[in-house]
Design a protein around this ligand. Structure first.
Ligand SMILES: [Zn+2]
Length: 269
């Protein structure tokens, strides 16, 4: 299984899960969906996607960031994303907790600050299901429309900023009308990203990330974690490694709960 296959599988199962949750009136929060996706990733044993669990005692310091994703490969380098997940409210097709505050600070500001000080791209990840009959206006991938791939989408932080600044815009409709909101599998697959890796900027591409930093390689402690735990690499506690090293990669001494490392496949596409 390739990374893109796993990302696509998770998007369609997320779409279906939210649909069933609505049908059966058993609501699933974004934390639950994230946990279920992590379980699926773990069980898939896909060599191209690894999850590293960090020291959970430090979570509090970093509540604007659910995940950190490192996507790329040794030839083109890696992009680093700081990711906050949000689940759709199917009744209103909006995202209620988009303006969530942590200790009176906007979550979005924490995400932005973390990204800036860690040279990561701030990203929102949406978990969706929609009954709209025509989803074409919300499809911004060059590949053919595949409705269930809208189950997991990503958008740059600036789009969420826009949504928060205006009344009534915290919606699926507003955020998915924007051309730089895309299925998350695009991050590991779509060739338009190659330009971002090559030019280190996404201002004039369809991605809207602004200037980006391309890491030539994975940080040592991450690649170490992947290699030395080849059998038990998923969900291992690597707290000691993180404590002892790498201010270069984890400034301010904090980091998210989980780090996902995935191979980018676009160049073979
Ligand atoms: Zn795409």
């Amino acid at each position: 299984m390739r990374s893109v296959d796993l990302f696509e599988k998770l998007a369609s199962s997320t779409w279906q899960r939210i649909f069933h949750a609505k049908q059966h009136k058993v609501s699933q929060g974004e934390e639950t969906i994230t946990d279920l996706n992590l379980l699926e990733i773990s069980m898939a044993k896909c060599p191209e996607v690894t999850i590293i669990k960090t020291d959970s005692k430090r979570i509090e310091s970093c509540q604007g960031t659910d995940w950190e994703w490192w996507i790329g490969n040794s030839r083109i380098g890696y992009l680093r994303y700081a990711v906050q997940a949000k689940k759709i409210d199917t009744k209103f097709t909006n995202y209620k907790s988009l303006g969530h505050k942590v200790d009176s600070e906007q979550q979005i500001d924490i995400l932005e600050r973390y990204s800036r000080s860690n040279r990561a791209i701030p990203l929102y990840c949406f978990y969706n299901y929609s009954e709209y009959t025509n989803l074409t206006p919300y499809w911004h991938c060059n590949l053919p429309l595949d409705t269930m791939q809208l189950g997991c989408t990503v958008t740059p932080l600036k789009n969420v900023q826009k949504a928060l600044q205006q009344r009534g815009k915290r919606t699926f409709d507003f955020l998915h009308n924007l051309y730089d909101t895309k299925p998350w599998r695009c991050l590991v697959y779509c060739p338009s990203l190659l330009q971002v890796y090559a030019s280190r900027t996404a201002i004039h591409t369809s991605w809207g990330f602004g200037d980006v930093f391309v890491y030539p390689r994975l940080p040592e402690n991450l690649s170490d974690a992947i290699e030395t735990n080849s059998t038990f690499r998923l969900f291992n506690d690597l707290s000691n490694r993180f404590y002892s090293s790498d201010d270069e990669f984890y400034r301010e001494g904090n980091y998210p709960k989980r780090i996902l490392v995935a191979d980018y496949l676009g160049e073979n596409f």
